[in-house]
Design a protein around this ligand. Structure first.
Ligand code: UD1
Ligand code: CA
Length: 458
């Protein structure tokens, strides 16, 4: 049967105390709802229907890049009413899986196991909680067969003692679901059309309800307030760290690692504390990342050592290079192998060939740096004339003296040496020393250093 996933995301989320709809709050840098859409897609759903309402069009607008069917629930009359809104476009012979936009940690593997339970009946995902208050309870008969679900607010004291609760996640054929939804009533304590009432209907029609009980309650945990959001964020981050550890990564402390995207790793990668990896990051074998570093959308080659406090974005770092401490690699930086980028060096939209070193206090932008180049401390490529950007080209084996300005567009020849403190405005010949005109050096006789004034008590 073709799978149609319905994600409920119309609720208000009052306890977030926010101007933004709850499902747009972020977990690992992405909206809660987007995590659930990703999971639905992993199941190869034929269609993913998202029921939205509270927050209006801001929800579809924020996720306009996702291929889902947006279904408006103008008034939030309950979970059953919400699912009903999605039914008109779902054929009877499809299978419907109900998920929640504020339950982001549910695993695709769990849902696959749930769907396998369903057969020709209803599959229901439950979990046992130490504190089940607030949740719908699973009512079973004396042979342990599921009879119905009773909501906390409608439950008796005895029913409230039951610790097996409804996660809300279930699957059933569209045909059956449609007929049951049509007969839902809202004569309960909340005046809502409860999706959970279909379980009782199934049982009374002799349709089997099979339960899949999950072991990890975090999978079914919802976000209702910011404390729960923070809790789920940590749980998610721990999952990411665990996943990397199974691939051979060593963490100084997995609790002090954050991942907001996809990371692929080689063997024997080591990550110190407070490292943040965002977007798509590839770390090859033996990469070593020091503390307090942010890497976004970058490829880091084998054996690279990134020292403390670096920011690396949209860059490629060649094998065995050494970066930092305190280095910034900005977008479109490409470093070849064995490159050294030292402290307080900023590189932007530049390529640096094998074995070159830029070790201290420099800005290199819009530049092509050859191989085995040495760029001295305080070198600046003056790439911007106030209106346009221009390129600098530095040939292989060039040596740029400290405190040099290379005013682009300009080319430094292969093997050229630039004297310290030069301002280079024209191309320099290869294999020669070039110095820019500067003030003559003078010595002043009879000059004495200023002396400190004695302290007065005035
Ligand atoms: C629901 C279940 C309860 C279960 C719990 C798990 C029902 C009646 N109860 O209760 O058995 O233990 O989830 O968390 O289903 N929503 C809409 N439109 C609506 C109402 C809700 O989209 O009209 C969405 C909400 O945004 C939310 C989800 O459905 O994401 C659950 O709704 P909520 O009102 O929070 O249900 P609970 O009372 O938590
Ligand atoms: Ca809820």
């Amino acid at each position: 049967m073709k799978l149609n996933t319905v994600i409920l995301a119309a609720g208000q989320g009052t306890r977030m105390r926010s101007a933004h709809p709850k499902v747009l709050h972020r977990l690992a840098g992405r909206p809660l709802l987007e995590h659930v859409i990703d999971t639905a897609e992993q199941l190869h759903s034929e269609a993913v229907h998202v029921v939205y309402g509270h927050g209006g069009e801001t929800v579809p607008a924020a996720l306009a890049h996702r291929e889902v069917d947006w279904v408006l629930q103008a008034e939030q009359l309950g979970t059953g009413h919400a699912v009903m809104q999605a039914m008109p476009t779902i054929r009877d012979d499809a299978n419907v899986l109900v998920l929640y936009g504020d339950v982001p940690l549910i695993r695709a593997s769990t849902l696959t196991a749930l769907l396998e339970q369903q057969a020709d009946g209803v599959a229901l995902l439950t979990v046992e909680l130490d504190d089940p208050s607030g949740y719908g309870r699973i009512i079973r008969d004396d042979q342990d067969r599921v009879l119905r679900i009773v909501e906390h607010k409608d439950a008796s004291d005895r029913e409230r003692d039951i610790r097996e609760v409804n996660t809300g996640i279930l699957s059933v054929s569209a045909g059956r679901l449609r007929s049951w939804l049509a007969s839902l009533k809202n004569n309960n304590s909340q005046g809502e059309y409860y999706l959970t009432d279909i379980i009782g209907m199934a049982v009374s029609e002799g349709v089997t309800v099979r339960v899949h009980r999950i072991g990890d309650p975090m999978e079914a945990a919802g976000v209702n307030d910011r404390r729960q959001l923070a809790l789920l964020e940590r749980a998610y981050q721990r999952r990411c760290a665990d996943e990397l550890m199974t691939h051979g990564v060593t963490f100084a402390d997995p609790a002090r690692y954050d991942q907001r995207g996809r990371v692929s790793v080689g063997r024997d990668v080591s990550i110190d504390v407070n490292v943040i990896l965002e977007g798509n990051v590839e770390l090859a074998d033996n990469v070593n990342i020091g503390p307090n570093t942010l890497i976004r959308d970058s490829r880091i080659g084998e054996g690279v050592h990134i020292m403390a406090n670096c920011v690396i974005e949209d860059a490629v770092v060649g094998a065995h290079s050494r970066i930092g401490p305190y280095a910034r690699l900005r977008p479109e930086t490409e470093l070849a192998e064995h490159v050294h980028i030292g402290n307080f060096v900023e590189i932007k939209k530049s390529t640096v060939a094998t074995g070159s070193k830029i070790n201290h206090l420099s800005y290199v932008g819009d530049t092509t740096v050859g191989s085995h180049v040495n760029i001295g401390a305080g070198t600046i490529t003056c790439n911007y004339d106030g209106a346009n950007k221009h390129r600098t080209v530095i040939g292989d084996r060039a040596f740029i003296g400290s405190d040099t300005q290379l005013v682009a567009p300009v080319t430094v020849g292969d093997g050229a040496t630039i004297g310290a403190g030069s301002t280079i405005t024209r191309d320099t010949p290869p294999e020669q020393l070039t110095l820019s005109k500067r003030n003559a050096q003078i010595s002043v006789s009879g000059w004495t250093r200023p002396v400190k004034k004695p302290k007065t008590d005035a």
